[in-house]
Design a protein around this ligand. Structure first.
Ligand code: HEM
Length: 513
């Protein structure tokens, strides 16, 4: 009898598990799919539980041309195919998660501008995945929490505060240039500049975020770099139920490393707090972002204007992960494009000479490097380091033409697609022409939302002034010392690896000027 009872309990447990699995893997996504179709949102047919992932894993065709900036169909071959078939908005599936693809700036404006912006948050499906990197920091925060964080953090990024970071940026970059100079002295003229600028950007962001002059800061920096590598290798079956189990070991290691980083940052913050308290809130020697946030966090600040220690830890990590790779990639792509366009190297060097006369750079000089600003925009247009922006509908969103985007639908804004669209930029959309930004900030794009290297709306990148300042300093110092040409070993293979990267590095021939 007992045996029979156990047997039947086991049987019903098994049945409920099977029913649950059928519902998660098949019924629920099929129901969502039908709802989207009913709303007129079509796209490639998904096969649950993988959705369209199989088709997305097929590699793009290698380009025969040595260097072409017409990269959309090689970095996003699946979007390129689906765009031809379904237009600039359609739905595709990452596992059982629906994603509304958008490469139509007018549509983007309609569904996100003004009060509509509040209807969107960050996709839950990525939040868990990226937790070790960003925690609950600004990049991942949502709703009132985001408003509070953004409000408190924004003043730290004021131009006055950023100007105090110029000398750190110059010192760190000079170290990189010295290393390159030593390589040249040994007769080694081919340098993979991506390696140097990435190391340099990581060091700059760590110094400007939480300082790495002392032992604990250095350790945080090393561990953050290790974690970055680990998360990069993690096999991601985003959106596929139970997909994370396949990378459980790496995820666990990243989680453990995350804990160690948190402990070190906690220790830095408490010793900074003590230092601040013993100074009686007086002058602080730390002019980094953490120091600025702590200064704004003092006792006399209202409670809602304070960040907890936990929140400060997450913001330090967010600045590191959000800030260094993107900046390094912008610089790497720029060096490549300048190697391909020596006339622009000359133009920038001439401008630099006129503005600074070879003296140490200051904020006024940086603001007068106009042509460098055009080059910056043109590089971010052709090779946006953040190639897409994602959102998730927190409630049903009406698009204005009778279509409703159901709550829970994710949105994937294809920045590469919009930045290379001849309908927005003209027939020369795939050419490097910095002068298109001479007359106006949107570079002649037919729609203001067609150029989104830093995102859009209230969530636009908080670090954009910091990164532009760093870009101008690093590039100026490089151009003052070296001329750049393309090495024959360079192979042009931009790939999406979360960010838009030169997957084989950027090998250039450097010569002292
Ligand atoms: C070329 C360099 C950079 C690029 C291309 C870039 C790109 C972006 C983009 C596209 C977003 C919007 C994401 C979204 O809406 O989902 C963003 C947000 C953000 N970025 Fe950057 N970024 C750069 C540099 C930096 C730097 C240097 C920092 C920090 C020191 C930084 C910190 C952040 C933060 C905290 C957010 C979240 C803002 C919010 O949600 O309120 N970024 N960035």
């Amino acid at each position: 009898m007992e045996y029979f009872l156990l047997y039947s309990m086991g049987g019903s447990l098994l049945l409920s598990l099977i029913a649950g699995a059928i519902s998660i893997f098949w019924l629920s996504p099929v129901w969502k799919w039908c709802r989207l179709r009913k709303n007129g949102l079509s796209g490639p047919s998904p096969h649950f539980p993988l959705g369209n992932l199989m088709e997305m894993s097929k590699k793009g065709e290698a380009s025969a041309a040595p260097v072409t900036h017409d990269i959309h169909s090689s970095v996003f071959p699946y979007f390129s195919r689906w765009r031809n078939a379904y237009g600039k908005t359609f739905v595709y599936w990452l596992g059982t998660e629906p994603f509304l693809y958008v490469a139509d700036p007018e549509f983007l404006k309609r569904v996100t501008s003004g009060a509509m912006g509040k209807k969107w948050g960050k996709p839950n499906v990525f939040k868990h995945d990226r937790r070790p990197m960003f925690g609950t920091g600004l990049v991942m925060a949502d709703g009132d929490d985001w408003t509070r964080h953004r409000h408190i953090i924004s003043p730290a990024f004021s131009m006055t505060n950023l100007n105090a970071m110029i000398s750190v940026m110059q010192e760190t970059t000079n170290k990189m240039l010295k290393e390159w100079g030593e390589q040249l002295a040994l007769g080694q003229h081919e340098i993979d500049v991506e390696i140097g600028v990435t190391k340099n950007a990581a060091e700059i962001i760590a110094k400007t975020s939480f300082g790495i002059s002392e032992e604990k800061g250095k350790k945080v920096f090393e561990k953050l770099q290790l974690m970055q590598k680990m998360l990069f290798k993690t096999n991601r079956l985003v959106g596929v139920p139970l997909g994370k189990m396949l990378s459980a070991k790496k995820s666990y290691q990243a989680w453990k490393l995350g804990k160690e980083i948190d402990q070190l940052l906690f220790a830095i913050i408490s010793s900074r707090k003590q230092e601040y308290d013993s100074n009686d809130g007086g002058s602080t020697t730390h002019r980094d972002l953490l120091g600025l946030l702590l200064a704004g966090n003092q006792d006399n600040a209202q409670l809602e204007r304070k960040l907890t220690t936990r929140e400060l830890v997450d913001e330090c990590k967010t600045f590191f992960f959000g800030g260094h790779e993107t900046t390094a990639l912008a610089l790497s792509w720029t060096l490549l494009l300048l190697a391909l366009h020596p006339e622009w190297q000359t133009a920038l060097r001439d401008e630099l000479m006129q503005v600074s006369g070879g003296r140490s750079l200051d904020s006024t000089m940086l603001s007068r490097l106009t042509k460098m600003g055009w080059v910056w925009n043109e590089v971010l247009r052709l090779y946006p380091p953040a190639p897409n922006v994602q959102r998730q509908a927190r409630e049903d969103v009406e698009t204005g033409d009778g279509v409703v985007i159901p709550r829970g639908t994710n949105m994937w804004v294809d920045a590469v697609g919009m930045h290379h669209d001849p309908a927005l930029w003209g027939d020369d959309a795939n050419e490097f022409r910095p002068e298109r930004f001479k007359e106006e900030i949107h570079g002649g794009c037919k729609h203001r939302m067609g150029f989104v290297p830093f995102g859009f709306g209230g969530r636009i990148c908080i670090g954009r002034n910091l990164t532009l300042m760093e870009f101008k300093i690093v590039l100026s110092l490089i151009l003052r010392e070296f001329s750049l040409t393309l090495s024959p070993s360079y192979s042009h293979s931009p790939r999406i690896m979360l960010s838009l990267r030169p997957s084989q590095g950027v090998q250039l021939i450097l010569n002292k000027i």
